[in-house]
Structure formats: structure tokens, C-alpha cells
Design a protein around this ligand. Structure first.
Ligand SMILES: Nc1ncnc2c1ncn2[C@@H]1O[C@H](COP(=O)(O)OP(=O)(O)OP(=O)(O)O)[C@@H](O)[C@H]1O
Length: 478
């Protein structure tokens, strides 16, 4: 199998060749081999004599799914799929349920309409009434992701709402408002002919499974980047596994950016003997990059309420991360392009054989960047990537699409304190939660780098990165 996949070592072996019945969890630091071992385990469970059988390898992120497909050997027993695509396919093919699903942009528009409707009734003058659509969308995702149907328990605070930091939680009247907007949104959505939205698809899958006399579709399910899945998604996956089969969950809560943090218990996985295997060795990053990432993970509240694995020092040394102070926002893009063009070449041979990524949030800046890249191969990272490109080149795209991936060099412009967390994130999640999410986004970005890491800012550096006294990087001023 996968000649390019490394041999499992230490704790990795424990998980790859673990018993093939029941639920198992492997939590690991960034770069600890979760993805490659998920692939190895898929192969083992699909082909092992006696208990091998149809095996699903599933993840949340589109680009990662494409990458996984590129490293899994073709085998009739192995399916690699992105969760939402899988859920819709199973609903149609296995359970005969065909749904018209509302895309996320339309969903936001319909939530805005529902909010206007509820406001126009004028009953509420609550803090939440001034919140943006993204706040409601996130709150709905949490309700759906935890399959909460008892709104009274939510309104009265009997259900613990994790994932909104420690700040003041919503008051009863605000939660009542959320539920009213939610119900109105559902009415409007149905009136427009949509049966469901994407976050709700796990609820549909579980419903279909509960009505089916024979719901076991896979013998084994392996979940990669499990921290991104809602409890309901995980339960839906556990429900399509045969009673003789297994669920293996690979995850890293330090990388959980989106959705709500889950309490470990709420996942609904029954782990035999309570055993969670921990991967603490980072095989990807050099020591200076791992130290830099560790600083970010020590941001206040970063690890609160999550199961964080303490990383061991990686053995490999390398260049220090570089912090560049640019002259302006435009200059940040120019510097990002300059570093990308340079780092795409091997230091010694100058051959253009490196894989570099520029992680950029803003669409306009992205267009400006592309105009400045001087490389025959520039590739945009996006959800719908159908083919994984293994060759050297300069990749660019949003932070969210780099999850699970790795590059020789990572370049992150716009590390200014004034812009992070973004005002829209603060509006949606509140300052504390927005800060936690921001720190995690930077942590994920930094840990994508094998050898080189460049961070750029033009005003005061973001508080989530180490300051100059830390000695954790090399500074370049214009
Ligand atoms: N046992 C091993 N020996 C050598 N290299 C390894 C080993 N395990 C993993 N690696 C390498 O380490 C790198 C990181 O592996 P992988 O992407 O699977 O980590 P991960 O835990 O999924 O990371 P992340 O969660 O940060 O995306 C890869 O280049 C992989 O080939």
C-alpha cells in the first residue's frame, strides 16, 4: 500500500492495528501523523482477513478529502468522502430520501428575513436583537449539531452551551429570541421549497437510520480531523456502522476553529476502558516552528475545556520563523509574494521544487497577490478541489482550506493586532470566543509549515504571536 506513507511508530502502531470492534479515539498534536495513520488504518480494516470489510474514511474539509484520495490506494472496500457529500449520497442511495438543500448563502439570507420578521413584531428589546446573522447562524449550528429539540431546556439554560467562551452567557430572553428566529427561519426555508440546510443533514441521516430496519452500511468508519465534526455528525456516523465493526476518531482539539467545542462525553463514542491514545510526537514541524506554535497554544483560554495533548520537542532543527514588518497593507501583499517567489526555490539548488502556501483571508488581497506571483504553477486552495496537486508550486487561499495539509513554507500576511480577531467574528461570537478561534486559526496556519514560516504585519503585531523579547523568531524590518 501507499509506498509514500511512513511506517507507524510507537503510539501510532497501537491505533493502526487496534482491535476492529467498538470505538477508539486517537488525539494528537499537529503533525503527529493522524492523517497518514487514518489512511493506514483504513487500509488495515478494509483488507484484514476475518474482520475486513467496507470501510469509510471521512473528513470535514473538501481540500483534505481530495488530498486523502490522492494517498489512499484504490481498493473496492475503501470509500473516502467529505461528510456532507456522504450524508446526502447515503440519504438518496440507501434510504431513498431526496432532499432539496438550502446552500449556506441562501441560508444566511433567509435567517436575515426571519430576524427582520421577528423584530418587526417588536416584542424584543434584548441584547441579541442587535446581533448579526452570523451570530444566529452559529447558534443554530450549535442547536442542530447537538440535536437539541427541547427548546425549553435550552431557553432555561438547563443545557450547557459550550463554545461561547467564559464570557456572559445569553440571558433567557435572548435565548427565547434565538428560538423564535430559528422557528421563523425554518418556516421561511420550507416555504421556499428547501427541506433542509447543510448543517441539518446529520439530523436527517440519523432520522433515516432510526427508521431503517438495516442501517449498517459500513463495517468500519474512520474520522479524520474529528474535532471539526458536531456530536450529531459523529453519532450519525456511529449509527451506520455494523455492530461487529468499529469507529476510529482522529482529532486535535487545539485545531478546532469552527463550530462549538464539544464536551468529550457528548460525542456519543463508547471508548472501551476509557482509553484514548495520544500522539505527542510532531513529525512535521522543525523545532523552531513547533516552539512558535506552542507559544500560540499558551494564549489565555486556548486550551480551556478541551483535551490538549502536550507535544514533545521535535528532533529536527531548522531556520527560525521570520517576522516581517511591512510598510502598509499593500506592502504586506507585496512582501508575501516576494517571500513566496523566493521560498518556492530550493535554498541550495535554486530549483523551483518547493511547495509554498500563502494564507490570506481577503479576496481582493488574494487577487493582488496572484498578480505578483512569479511561478509557473499557482494553485488556489478551495472547497471544491477535485484533484490533489502534489507537485511543487505556490498555493494560496483561505486558512480554512489549509487544515490537515502541509507545505514546505507557509506565509501568513495580515498579522496585525487591529484586524484580529476580525470585527465580524467579534460581532458573531463575542470578544472572548472570537479570540480563542483566532488563536486556533493562527495555530493551524503555523503548524502547516515543514521548514519555513513567514508572518507579516504593518502595524502593531497581533497579541496572539510572541513579541520580540521571546527570541522565537528572526525579525525583518523594511
Ligand atoms: N511514523 C512516522 N515516520 C515518519 N514520518 C511520519 C510518521 N508519521 C507521520 N509522519 C509525517 O509527518 C507529517 C504529518 O503527518 P500528518 O499530516 O498525518 O499529521 P496530522 O497529525 O494529521 O497533522 P495535522 O493535524 O496538523 O494536520 C507527514 O509528512 C507524515 O508523512
Amino acid at each position: 500500500m501507499g509506498a509514500r506513507l511512513p511506517e507507524p511508530q510507537g503510539q501510532q502502531r497501537e491505533v493502526v492495528y487496534l482491535r476492529a470492534q467498538g470505538h477508539c479515539v486517537a488525539l494528537g498534536v499537529a503533525g503527529s501523523g493522524k492523517t497518514v495513520m487514518a489512511v493506514r488504518r483504513a487500509h488495515y480494516l478494509a483488507t484484514a482477513p476475518g474482520f475486513g470489510g467496507p470501510t469509510l474514511l471521512v473528513t470535514f474539509n473538501g481540500a483534505l478529502t481530495t488530498y486523502l484520495r490522492s494517498i489512499v490506494d484504490d481498493h473496492p472496500n475503501i470509500t473516502v468522502e467529505q461528510y456532507h457529500v456522504l450524508a446526502r449520497r447515503l440519504l438518496v442511495e440507501q434510504f431513498g430520501v431526496k432532499l432539496r438543500i438550502c446552500d449556506n448563502q441562501t441560508r444566511d439570507k433567509l435567517i436575515a428575513l426571519a430576524l427582520d420578521d421577528v423584530h418587526s413584531r417588536g416584542h424584543y428589546k434584548r441584547a441579541a436583537s442587535s446581533k448579526p446573522v452570523s451570530f444566529y447562524s452559529d447558534e443554530f449550528d450549535w442547536l442542530i449539531g447537538n440535536a437539541i429539540t427541547d427548546f425549553d431546556a435550552y431557553i432555561n439554560g438547563k443545557i450547557e452551551r459550550v463554545g461561547r467562551g467564559r464570557g456572559p452567557h445569553l440571558r433567557v430572553a435572548d435565548r427565547q429570541l434565538v428560538c423564535d428566529v430559528y422557528r421563523r427561519y425554518q418556516q421561511i426555508r420550507r416555504s421556499r421549497g428547501f427541506d433542509q440546510d447543510w448543517p441539518g443533514i446529520s439530523n436527517e441521516l440519523r432520522r433515516a437510520v432510526s427508521l431503517s430496519p438495516n442501517p449498517a452500511i459500513y463495517r468500519h468508519v474512520i474520522i479524520d480531523e474529528g474535532q471539526d465534526f458536531s456530536p450529531d455528525m459523529i453519532r450519525s456516523l456511529a449509527s451506520i456502522v455494523s455492530s461487529k465493526g468499529s469507529v476510529t476518531f482522529f482529532g486535535d482539539y487545539a485545531q478546532q476553529i469552527y463550530g462549538s467545542r464539544m464536551s468529550w462525553k457528548s460525542l456519543g463514542l463508547k471508548i472501551g476502558g476509557g482509553k484514548v491514545v495520544k500522539f505527542d510526537r510532531n513529525y512535521r514541524n522543525t523545532r523552531p516552528i513547533a516552539h512558535f506554535a506552542k507559544f500560540i497554544s499558551e494564549t489565555p483560554l486556548f486550551s480551556e475545556g478541551i483535551d490538549l495533548v502536550e507535544p514533545k520537542d521535535p528532533p529536527i532543527n531548522g531556520p527560525e520563523p521570520v517576522l516581517v514588518r511591512a510598510r502598509s497593507a499593500d506592502d504586506q501583499v507585496a512582501q508575501a509574494a516576494r517571500f513566496a517567489n523566493n521560498l518556492a526555490r530550493d535554498r541550495r539548488t535554486r530549483l523551483a521544487n518547493q511547495r509554498v502556501v500563502v494564507l490570506i483571508r481577503d479576496k481582493t488581497a488574494e487577487e493582488d497577490l496572484v498578480g505578483l506571483l512569479d511561478h509557473p504553477r499557482t494553485i488556489r486552495l478551495h472547497k471544491g478541489m477535485s484533484k490533489w496537486d502534489e507537485r511543487p508550486g505556490i498555493f494560496y487561499g483561505p486558512h480554512s482550506e489549509a487544515r490537515g495539509l502541509e507545505f514546505d513554507a507557509v506565509i501568513v500576511p495580515f498579522c496585525d493586532d487591529s484586524g484580529l480577531p476580525t470585527p465580524s467574528s467579534v460581532d458573531a461570537f463575542g470578544l472572548e470566543e472570537a479570540r480563542i478561534r483566532q488563536a486556533r486559526e493562527l495555530y493551524v496556519a503555523v503548524t502547516r509549515a515543514r521548514t519555513d514560516l513567514v508572518l507579516i504585519h504593518s502595524s502593531k503585531l497581533t497579541r496572539f504571536l510572541p513579541d520580540e523579547r521571546s527570541g522565537l523568531y528572526f525579525r525583518i524590518d523594511p
